[in-house]
Design a protein around this ligand. Sequence first.
Ligand code: FPP
Length: 247
Amino acid sequence: MEVEANINSEKLPQHVAIIMDGNGRWAKQKGLFRTIGHENGTKAVKETVESCARLGIPYLTLYAFSTENWNRPKLEVDTLMKLLVSSLKKEISTLQENDIKLHAIGNLDALPGKAKRELQDVIDKTKNNTRMTLTLALSYGSREELTKTIQEISLKVKNNLISPSSIDESVINNHLYTRDLPDVDLLIRTSGEQRISNFLLWQIAYAELHFTETFWPDFTKNHLFEAIVNYQNRERRFGKTSEQIEN
Ligand code: FPP
């Protein structure tokens, strides 16, 4: 297991995104309800957020609830929403002490009123923090985001506000939920699954992918350090040759 000392602070990923997977299996393995898995997942969220801030990673994005997760049993959806509210209430002090700004992406209107209000409250209270931006993807789906983006741009074309030929990557970027965030450098997924599950499809175009067998509730700062060291040992070529990168 990697330790913090092995991390090169000059080569940190600027944006780490995490698909926090395996809460249900973690609980099942222990003979517990799935919801207990989610509760324990919040501990891993806290440790990861604090560790990223301390390392100096400026952007961390967590896939907390997908558009598809609405199809889970009502009890589980309700528990996840309650956990969101209780975690926001409990951890606002952690965000303030660590100078972390909270941000959210996704179809936030779909969230229950209480969750929406609590989220907005913490976003407002932390808006002047500058050390790290923590983004929660909530009721988020990349296809929904891209569909909405295409609708908005089409409307602008229809109303002669922009011409089709002026639509470039930056125009598209500026219509995404992630318009204020840089591209993802490192995407981590826990629990052994090796898929993207409709998360940040546009934004991970050049991300390095790191998969770990560890279930999310067991994910500790050492797993995070391991992912970062692994990322730092890769050569990111962005379509160029090794020689071009060296020069
Ligand atoms: C995936 O595990 C995890 C989720 C769908 C929710 C993630 C939520 C948390 C970590 C807790 C709340 C978060 C915040 C930010 C307060 P799974 O249920 O899909 O696990 P499985 O694949 O083993 O069934």
